[in-house]
Ligand binder design. Structure first.
Ligand code: ADP
Ligand code: KDG
Length: 314
């Protein structure tokens, strides 16, 4: 029995460590990333049991990802390995000091072969939370069907459905995404979105308009992630806001997933709306201060680290 089940695509990552375009011999770091495994790792580091469902290639990247997730305590028992197509890959350049450029090599590859039969109904029914993102339905018709299958099983069993809009412009158009994301918002209990993402569903407007628009479609917990401005939420009809923590920005990628992991872990702990947002911001702050999509995520005993200016050896 796990606390959180999530599903999606996770890819290898080659990230340039110097600033500028890729060149022959440029130093780079090998890792992996995927919005949903970022959340699963975050939740696991905070002491909850998380499981990830997905497909990897039977290749060095697939094995690297599976063993790293296992090392992070994420249940990968439902992961399957494709022999016909490889694991997807992201190349990430730090094009300028503050502009990251990502190239995806993922179309038709292992992760996008995710299908409804991959979703183990027993695993989902026994969980407390199902978390899905708006990336997966953009990958392939079968991946989209898998998301809907998981959501349907969770809803029928009374398992809370968490949804992060996570719009990726490289995968689909705003119009196509808007319709699909709206459908998932309607089926979710918790919704996370950036302001631009929320606008795809409810139209442009103030942050209050965006949150209200999303909540009017059904979810009882709507959280708008606002980067360095923290978070704005509408939770059971009440507005709650929480500021970001002052930290040095090193790598913005993965901050949203870190926020979601912190929020969901606080929800699993039964904390108040304000404390959920606070933990989301703490995890987001850890994430942006360390390079990597998930490497900087805090362990439970580290949560208070940013509260004090002291460097403690512990
Ligand atoms: P996304 O990665 O989805 O675009 P955001 O950029 O909104 O998400 O960041 C998610 C969360 O990460 C924010 O709500 C905040 O808690 C934290 N965060 C992001 N940028 C900063 C920053 N510059 N300083 C401190 N915290 C940040
Ligand atoms: O949220 C961070 C993700 O963007 C990254 O880890 C890769 O899942 C990913 C994607 O599709 O962009």
């Amino acid at each position: 029995r796990v606390d959180l089940v999530t599903l999606g695509e996770t890819m290898g990552l080659v990230a340039a460590t110097d600033t500028g375009s890729f060149t022959v011999g440029a130093p780079a770091r090998v890792s992996f990333g995927g919005a949903e495994t970022n959340v699963a790792i975050g939740v696991s580091r905070l002491g909850h049991r998380a499981a990830w469902i997905g497909r990897l290639g039977d290749d060095p990247l697939g094995l690297l990802i599976a063993s790293a997730l296992r090392g992070e305590g994420v249940d990968v028992s439902r992961v399957t390995f494709e022999t016909e197509v490889p694991t997807g890959l992201m190349l990430r350049e730090r094009r300028t000091a503050d502009r990251v450029r990502v190239s995806y090599y993922r179309r038709g590859l292992a992760g996008s072969r995710l299908a409804p039969d991959d979703v183990d109904p027993e695993l989902v029914r026994a969980a407390r939370l199902l978390h899905v993102s708006g990336i997966t339905p953009a990958l392939s018709p079968s991946a989209r069907a898998a998301v809907h299958r998981a959501v349907e099983i969770a809803r029928d069993a009374g398992v809370l459905v968490s949804f992060d809009l996570n719009y990726r412009a490289a995968l689909w158009s705003p119009a196509e995404a808007g319709a699909e994301l709206a459908t998932l918002v309607e089926r979710a209990d918790l919704v996370f979105a950036g302001e631009d993402e929320a606008a795809l569903v409810v139209g442009e407007g103030s942050v209050a308009h965006l949150a209200k628009g999303l909540a009017s479609r059904g979810p009882t917990q709507v959280v708008i992630k606002r980067g360095g401005d923290g978070a704005y939420a509408l939770i059971d009809g009440e507005v709650v806001t929480s500021p970001a923590l002052p930290v040095t920005l090193v790598d913005p990628v993965g901050a949203g997933d870190a926020f979601v992991a912190g929020y969901l872990s606080a929800l699993l702990d039964g904390l108040s709306p304000a404390d959920r947002l606070r933990r989301g911001n703490v995890c987001g702050a850890f994430s942006v201060s360390v390079s990597g999509d998930w490497e900087g995520l805090p362990r439970r005993r580290e949560l208070a680290t940013l509260d004090s200016a002291e460097n403690v050896a512990r």
